[in-house]
Write a protein that binds this ligand. Structure first.
Ligand code: TYD
Ligand code: MG
Length: 460
């Protein structure tokens, strides 16, 4: 056997280093490197021994067809999985502690069990009595779900290898699991990786759908789910803050469906409730009087679904020296770019201001199509002119100050019309468009600034 070697492993990304350092050179996280004993000495080439010749199959050969998916009936969850659970697949559900991972999985498997699908919920964190209590709170205590408290991967794999294994197995959480042949504490990179490998292998062998819970950690005490992303078929991340009642489940990887699909839930007394019309929810708390400056409604697209969100900006003069830039829900670099374009192409003096930008509702937007809405919120706050209340905004801004067309403009406009908006500020359409709203085409960022200037004059 190879001798035990000491390694310094980043608990966030899994990179191994020769010595300890305060910052991981591969992922840039601070304080995530810790010492681990591993038994795997790096193998020297292939060594001796000859491999077997592979047995190829033809691509067009008929054989395995995709089996039927298991539909939980929690529609939003099924949708984000690409239309139900695929047998033999492994899904990772990541998120901050306390965000609702255990709750949603209990809701999903209890519903499945009620429909007669055999499911097992294996918790390494809670005793069966605690899980039962939670199920009572969710009104699911009658479901014939198998519960167990276990942390030994050897025992769990033995259970999965039995004659009639369950269809769906939940492991809550992967950071509490351990393989007894690995000399490291549960939660370290080597344990998390080996445990997941063994569980996934067993699940594939027996055609079980495996749902793994992974806590996201900021302090590097335990290994984060990032190191598992490449091993599983699908990765779902919970977004949102514990202070908010909204929870957004986003598919960041999906071998069996579209990625970037999101589903929105609301945390209530009775567990996570589906939100089928997220736009209405994200806009629900918007001020009804028309003179709030710095608030723009962005007609966005998350996966295949149009979502309207409010973007809020506050531009305030800052003391000389170091202006603040605080962004929640959007990319800080993208903000810097929009500010630079506003400065250089439109002559707005943003540089000497503190700038705060917030996406309401706890959603994280990744789309460049939000550029124009962000710019509108910023200009509105700077010039103290409210954005027209009845308008939605979208468009990508280029460095030269042009506003570029974005995908699915018609879908965005349709959603806005559905929610009672009557006007849109949008990039020029390449071809004639049928729009349910009145569209004001903005070809250059300068035109947006001029629009606000004229609105300001009218208001006085
Ligand atoms: P949980 O699913 O235990 O989080 P995780 O497994 O991701 O760590 O979620 C726990 C939080 O959810 C906790 O703060 C309480 C809250 N909660 C409700 O508000 N309503 C409920 O019905 C349940 C079950 C939990
Ligand atoms: Mg939990």
């Amino acid at each position: 056997m190879a001798k035990a070697a000491e390694h310094f492993v980043c608990q966030s990304c899994g990179a191994a280093h020769g010595k300890w350092s305060g910052r991981c050179a591969s992922c840039g996280e601070w304080n995530t490197i810790s010492e681990e004993a591993t038994r795997e000495a790096p193998p020297k080439g292939l060594g001796k021994g000859k491999g077997r010749v592979l047995d190829f199959r033809k691509l067009n050969e008929h054989g395995e067809t995709e089996g039927p998916r298991t539909i939980s009936g929690l529609g939003e969850f099924d949708r984000v999985c690409g239309g139900g659970l695929v047998p033999g697949s492994a899904i990772l559900i990541g998120g901050d502690p306390g965000i609702g991972k255990s709750t949603i999985l209990l809701q999903v498997v209890a519903r499945l069990a009620q429909q007669g699908v055999s499911c097992a919920y294996i918790s390494g964190e809670e005793a069966p009595a605690q899980v039962r209590m939670r199920a009572r709170r969710l009104g699911l205590e009658g479901a014939p779900l198998d519960l167990a408290a276990a942390t030994s991967v050897r025992d769990i794999v033995a259970t999965m290898d039995e004659d009639e294994p369950p269809h769906v197995v939940v492991i809550d959480s992967i950071q509490t699991m351990y393989v007894d042949s690995v000399e490291a504490a549960p939660g370290t990179v080597s344990q998390v990786r080996t445990s997941a490998q063994e569980l996934i292998r067993a699940a594939k062998r027996r055609n079980i759908c495996l749902l793994l819970v992974g806590h996201v950690t900021k302090d590097g005490q335990i290994a984060g789910p990032r190191i598992l992303e490449h091993m599983v078929d699908s990765v779902l991340y919970f977004e949102g803050e514990r202070g908010h009642q909204f929870r957004i489940l986003r598919a960041v990887k999906n071998r069996f469906g579209p990625t970037d699909e999101i589903s929105v839930f609301e945390m209530s007394d009775g567990g996570l409730m589906e939100v089928t019309n997220p736009s209405a929810l994200f806009l629900a708390n918007r001020g009804s009087d028309g003179d709030i400056t710095g608030s723009a409604v962005f007609a966005g697209l998350e996966g295949s679904r149009p979502v309207l969100v409010e973007i809020q900006a506050l531009v305030a003069p800052s003391p000389p020296g170091n202006p603040r830039r605080t962004v929640v829900g959007w990319d800080g670099n993208r903000l810097a770019m929009v500010l630079a374009v506003l400065d250089a192409r439109c002559g707005l003096g943003m540089a000497g201001h503190d700038i705060y930008l917030n996406v309401a509702g706890g959603l994280r937007i990744g789309e460049p199509a939000a550029d124009l809405a962000v710019a509108a919120a910023l200009v509105s706050s700077l010039m103290e002119v409210p954005v027209p209340q009845e308008a939605v905004i979208f468009g990508e801004i280029s460095l030269s100050g042009e506003v570029r067309a974005v995908s699915q403009a018609e879908l965005r406009l349709k959603e806005a019309a559905k929610l009672g908006f009557s006007r849109a500020l949008a990039p020029p359409a390449p071809k004639q468009r049928k729009s349910p709203l009145e569209v004001t085409e903005i070809g250059r960022l300068q035109e947006l600034v001029e629009l606000f200037a004229s609105l300001g004059v009218k208001a006085v």
